[in-house]
Write a protein that binds this ligand. Structure first.
Ligand code: FE2
Length: 219
């Protein structure tokens, strides 16, 4: 699973730290919300795969410096459904027969584990918005699974607060202002409150897992 997350990461972020930070931020938010430790732990791992569907997006789009045009954006949006298809439990008959015939069938149980089910949900729903204007489903409010709402804030905060090929990192106060502007439109207000309540811990993670952009360029 870690290898899959890394593979996706290297498609559009040359530091490799984005998925680690998003997983930690999601776990901190879930902790703040009072979620059970086993859920918090699974959420952190599962959130690493939120953008695994970008494996199916052309490099030209991922590395484009300017804004995506409408057709390019439609192509980019497909990464949610591609990600779910990569992760979700399979119902393939041959696969299930193979599992039944194996002495240690549990080695193939990863595809149907609770964590991978969680990861598939996150991959599909992390771009939904609280007001229903997100994608791919246009889900609104609590129709959006909790893990999708949590990962949305973690992912957007990380994107705003770090450099990307097409943008500089924003000052922290600007990041927080943008999150506030999304309260009740992009983000679940209750989850945004939880994020803000653990901001000190978030900033510790940000510092501990800062991007090292010289790493990939030297390889
Ligand atoms: Fe995404």
């Amino acid at each position: 699973m870690q290898c899959l997350a890394r593979a996706a990461e290297y498609r559009d972020d040359d530091s490799g730290q984005h998925v680690i930070r998003v997983g930690r931020y999601a776990a901190l938010i879930a902790e703040q919300l009072g979620c059970a430790p086993v859920y918090v732990s699974m959420l952190e791992q599962a959130a690493h795969l939120h953008d695994v569907g970008k494996i199916g997006v052309p490099d030209t789009l991922l590395s484009k410096k300017g804004k995506l045009d409408p057709s390019e954006f439609e192509r980019m949006k497909l990464h949610c459904e591609i990600g779910k298809r990569i992760i979700q439990p399979t119902n393939d008959g041959k696969w299930n027969q193979l599992r039944r015939n194996m002495v240690r069938a549990n080695v193939l149980s990863t595809a149907s584990s609770p964590m991978m089910t969680l990861a598939a949900t996150i991959a599909l729903t992390h771009h939904e918005r609280w007001d229903g204007s997100g994608y791919p489903g246009g889900l609104a409010g609590e129709e959006i699974p909790l893990e999708g709402r949590i990962t949305a804030i973690a992912d957007v905060f990380d994107a705003l607060s770090n450099e990307r090929p097409y943008k500089d990192a924003l000052p922290m106060q600007d990041c927080l202002n943008i999150l506030e502007e999304g309260r009740g439109t992009h983000f679940d207000p209750h989850i945004l409150d939880a994020f803000l309540a653990c901001l000190n811990k978030v900033l510790e993670v940000k510092a501990a897992f800062a991007d090292n952009r010289s790493l990939k360029s030297s390889q």
